[in-house]
Structures are given as structure tokens and as C-alpha cells.
Design a protein. Structure first.
Length: 140
């Protein structure tokens, strides 16, 4: 399989969005949290596009497939049941979050994933974060 070639799309004081120029891999979001010693714990994870298949929020890559071994409801994203609470925590609506998660624009999806991670903890997206000495990465 082709190896990714990551390009930095944008950075903020605490986040960075990368896209694979080969087009094989989904964009990835990095979120940095500063440690007491001045290093940064960096969580990095895919910002996959979602889709709504019959009322279930699933990855777009499996939506509307007929060859799945289990009912579509078993593929629903783990955070789907709490989107109303997540949205409330950032002053939005569940419908707006779903729209953002299903958007073709990776930056829009990244904002939605960031809200979910802010509510549930970034550790739920990346259980093995890296430790970096410096943040932010080289600016886009």
C-alpha cells in the first residue's frame, strides 16, 4: 500500500490539520495539550467523513453498503448518541455537528471532531499520544 505523504494544511495555537497528498488516507488532526514540564501531549487521529445511513451516523466509506456482515446500526460511530450534549457544550446543535461531520471539507470536519474530543477527551481518539518538545509544528 502507498505510504502517506503528509502536508500541513493549517495550524493554530493547539491544533494542526494534515492531509495526505497521495489521496489514500483521510486527513488527520493533531491536538496539543501542554504538560507541566513544558512539553506537549499530541493526540493525532483521522477526521473521516461520516454519512447518515437510515438514521445511523456511520463512516461514509461504509454507508449504503449492502455487503456488511452486521446490521448498519452496529457500525454507528461511538460518539453519535451524545452529539446533543457535545453540541450544547460548544454552543451548537446536534444537526450542525452532523452536517459538519458529513461535510466534504476536512477543516469543517476537524472542528466537529475537536468538539467531540473536547467533550469526551482526546484520549478517546488516540490512546497513545506522542510527546513533543515544541508546538506548533512548522506553519502551513
Amino acid at each position: 500500500m502507498t505510504q502517506p505523504n503528509w502536508r500541513l494544511v493549517y495550524t493554530t495555537d493547539y491544533s494542526a490539520l494534515y492531509e495526505d497528498t497521495t489521496g489514500v488516507y483521510a486527513p488527520e488532526l493533531a491536538i496539543a495539550e501542554e504538560n507541566e514540564d513544558g512539553t506537549y501531549q499530541v493526540f493525532r487521529f483521522s477526521v473521516d467523513q461520516c454519512a447518515v445511513d437510515r438514521t445511523y451516523l456511520v463512516l461514509a466509506s461504509i454507508a449504503n453498503r449492502t455487503d456488511l456482515p452486521h446490521p448498519i446500526k452496529s457500525y454507528e460511530e461511538w460518539f453519535a448518541k451524545d452529539l446533543k450534549s457535545v453540541a450544547s457544550s460548544v454552543g451548537s446543535t446536534a444537526e450542525d455537528l452532523i452536517e459538519a461531520l458529513c461535510c466534504a471539507d476536512a477543516g469543517t470536519r476537524a472542528c466537529a471532531y475537536e468538539a467531540i474530543g473536547g467533550y469526551h477527551g482526546m484520549i478517546n481518539f488516540d490512546q497513545y499520544p506522542d510527546t513533543w518538545q515544541n508546538w506548533p509544528p512548522e506553519r502551513a
